[in-house]
Design a protein around this ligand. Sequence first.
Ligand code: CA2
Length: 146
Amino acid sequence: MAKKVLVINGPNLNLLGEREPEIYGSKSLKEIESELTELARKAKVEVEFFQSNHEGEIVDKIQKARADTGCIIINPAAFTHTSVAIRDALASVKIPAVEVHLSNIYGREDFRHHSYIAAVVRGQIAGFGAYGYILAFHAALEIMRK
Ligand code: CA2
């Protein structure tokens, strides 16, 4: 299993743990990333983290992942509900991807019920808070193993 797992987080997720803990939990993105780093070390796979508030930067990162990435874990944040560009990038690189949301987007406002990303990923995990990233990482390992 030589290839790496790329974990992409979208806009405002750099503020995780600082505001709205009742919705998004109290862990910071750095804490989530350290937990994934530990999992990756145990599984002997490489992991890379990328967070951006800019749609085009996320598209660029997905395009560049083609060379060395076995699976993408992505929380596109607000771009989930708006971005045809991120959907098209994921579809075009053909790297298997897992979509993660901290909150249960289907139990929230109507505009969060639709994901442009869901149709082009292997699966979606929503509503388990930071633990969703751990679940997604296990899914990524399984995808890369097969
Ligand atoms: O539940 C999720 O993970 C979301 O992707 C989070 C997005 C939201 O737009 C999606 O509908 C669901 C929002 C991320 C905002 O992150 C914050 C972090 C700390 C404080 C405030 C916002």
